[in-house]
Design a protein around this ligand. Sequence first.
Ligand SMILES: Nc1ncnc2c1ncn2[C@@H]1O[C@H](COP(=O)(O)OP(=O)(O)O)[C@@H](O)[C@H]1O
Ligand SMILES: [Mg+2]
Length: 269
Amino acid sequence: MNPISVFVKLGGSCITDKAVPDSLKGARIAAAARMMRKALDHAARRGRPIRLVLGHGAGAYGHILAQRYAAVAGVHPKRGWEGLYKIRESMTRMNLLFVRHCNKGGLFPVTVSPFAVAEAADGAVRRLDIHNIEALLEQGQVPLLHGDIIPDTRRGFTIASTEALLEALSRRIRFDRIVMASDTDGVLGCDGATVPRIFRGNIRSLSESLAGSSSPDVTGGMREKVERLFALLSGGRAGEARILRLSGRAENLYRAILGMGGGGTLLKP
Ligand SMILES: Nc1ncnc2c1ncn2[C@@H]1O[C@H](COP(=O)(O)OP(=O)(O)O)[C@@H](O)[C@H]1O
Ligand SMILES: [Mg+2]
């Protein structure tokens, strides 16, 4: 049977306190890793192996600096490439800690550094070399991406969110399931209640409830997350997506990876 491809993103708002520089929620990452391990093992035992690509957001590491250096716009008129140096340093540090916490949960993802394999043209990811990602998947390993600062042919550099990288990756790999853990119980409607399902019939009416992030997030917050995901899904380039908030021991992440629910919001055109 063909393996199922799943993309999981642990959002920066879920694994850091976005307002506090360099704050990482290690126990939460380890709990999520434990559940991802459990889901992979369960799927393998049932003869339906999962190919997992993992991503993590930049949260309190990347976004605060990206805002300070206006890094989406690239080389700074006064501060030049300093933003790139600082953000690269911060993201590689965060990524190392992230991997260590995953290891505590029994998951051993292998970082494929976006800066080294991606390139943007005027802010949009145009090229993503997926050779190493595919090679890892072929060997049953878990490639790990993260929001990063990447080279840009016009701007010198720019910021690529995990969502933008996923979009580029989806040109080549079709994910049956996408799971994004953030800090709200999925997508909230104007009344503040979770919208259980987003589909063609309600995506337009929802747009007024969608906004950027209330914490520093230079890549568009929930609005951009939903818009990018919905475009992917309605273009047939991915199966379905779920946005959720991790439960205490992240059991809902386990269920979501296996396609057994998980709460939050299901996006399925
Ligand atoms: N309708 C909405 N439902 C949920 N969150 C929303 C909504 N509109 C805006 N947001 C904001 O988007 C944030 C999630 O996006 P973001 O900060 O980019 O998360 P992540 O770190 O997971 O990428 C929420 O914390 C909230 O502040
Ligand atoms: Mg974000």
